[in-house]
Design a protein around this ligand. Structure first.
Ligand SMILES: [Zn+2]
Length: 62
C-alpha cells in the first residue's frame, strides 16, 4: 500500500484478529487478520495516521 499523499510505502502500525459469526449458529465463522497501515514519512501530513486497513481472511467456516 502506497501513501496517497507522499507516495512512500506505508508501514504496519497495528494488527489484530477479527472474528465474526461465532455466536450465531446459522452464520459461518469468519476470522480475519486486520492490519492498520500508517504513513512512515515524517514530512507527510499523514505521518502516523491511518492510511488504510487491510483485511486477510484466515479462516472461513462452512
Ligand atoms: Zn505519506
Amino acid at each position: 500500500m502506497i501513501c496517497p499523499d507522499c507516495g512512500l510505502e506505508c508501514r504496519v502500525d497495528a494488527a489484530w484478529l477479527e472474528v465474526s459469526g461465532d455466536n450465531a449458529p446459522d452464520t459461518a465463522t469468519l476470522v480475519q487478520r486486520v492490519q492498520r497501515l500508517v504513513c512512515r514519512n515524517p514530512r507527510c501530513t499523514r505521518h502516523g495516521r491511518e492510511v488504510a486497513q487491510v483485511k486477510n481472511t484466515m479462516y472461513r467456516g462452512e
